[in-house]
Write a protein that binds this ligand. Structure first.
Ligand code: DGL
Length: 287
């Protein structure tokens, strides 16, 4: 499996930030990026809907690209459908490891960080799942978490980038709420929010801004080494290669992505794919 690609998916272009970190951290790997733009925003969908989207994305990555590892960039997918990842990953032969945004940063908050009160900006679905606070409790992390559901902020960023009046107005409101709570740090618990990290930092100079992507890339590297799945061939590249796929609106994805601060150099036109699941397909297995 070691020469196989790594699959990464998100509901839209937010995962490009995570991909950017992965491409620099793992330059000898090849990535398959899937943006499920047909169903974006996940953050305002029901649990059953998100579970179905996750199953379809995983199935497509496993069967069409035979990925050796999955990085679920999307906080909403990882929070609402954590059990789907665990089940689908374990059903593969061999089991496919996956990296999610929530676990690595929560472990870091437990072991290395020194914050007593942290804020979480996330989609309504991520907040409703209580995935972050539950994991911190399971880890017995000595940190208080204040969650804030940020409405349609992700959609506003996906559709118009981060420099619109609508985005600025939303950010002023959300950061004002967290500032009033006197949090020491803020987790950007949605893949789209790092695109407006500078604005958030300017509005909350008193708090550290924490991006889960940083911790995810390190976790992916660690997992590849642990499972002996790193590509044994040295490519001599500085950054990994990638192919882009979306389920709808490729032009909007491409144009908005090119205006974003990450991935501008490596951005290519995405290919549109249909990932609707065919229930009769047998599970994929690699020798
Ligand atoms: N990518 C999603 C996340 O990280 C946010 C966008 C959406 O609602 O689909 O939570």
């Amino acid at each position: 499996m070691a020469p196989h690609p790594i699959g990464i998916f998100d509901s839209g272009l937010g995962g490009l930030r995570v991909l950017d970190r992965l491409m620099h951290t793992l330059p000898d790997e090849h990535f398959v990026y899937l943006g499920d733009t047909l169903h974006m925003p996940y953050g305002q969908k029901t649990q059953a809907e998100v579970e179905q989207y996750v199953e379809d994305c995983l199935h497509w990555l496993f069967t069409v690209h035979q990925v050796k590892m999955v990085v679920v960039a999307c906080n909403t997918a990882a929070s609402v459908a954590a059990h789907v990842f665990e089940r689908e990953s374990a059903q593969r032969q061999p089991a496919v490891p996956f990296v999610d945004p929530v676990t690595p940063i929560c472990r870091w908050l437990k072991t290395d960080a020194r914050y007593s009160h942290v804020g979480l900006m996330a989609t309504p679905a991520t907040v409703a799942s209580h995935r972050y606070p539950k994991l911190l409790t399971d880890l017995q992390a000595d940190v208080r978490l204040t969650q804030l559901a940020c409405g349609n902020l992700a959609t506003v960023i996906e559709e118009g980038g981060g420099n619109t009046a609508a985005c600025a107005e939303l950010l002023a409101g959300f950061t004002g709420i967290l500032s009033a709570q006197q949090v020491e740090a803020v987790i950007l618990g949605c893949t789209h929010y790092p695109y407006v990290m500078d604005q958030i930092a300017a509005l909350m100079p008193e708090a550290e801004i924490l991006d889960p992507a940083v911790f995810m890339a390190l976790e992916a590297k660690r997992l590849l080494a642990e499972t002996a799945l790193a590509n044994p061939q040295s490519t001599g590249r500085d950054v990994a290669s990638v192919d882009y796929f979306v389920t709808a609106a490729p032009d909007q994805f491409y144009e908005t992505s090119r205006r974003m601060p990450f991935q501008a150099l490596a951005m290519k036109q995405p290919t549109v794919v249909s990932i609707a699941r065919t229930p009769s397909v047998e599970p994929f297995s690699v020798q």
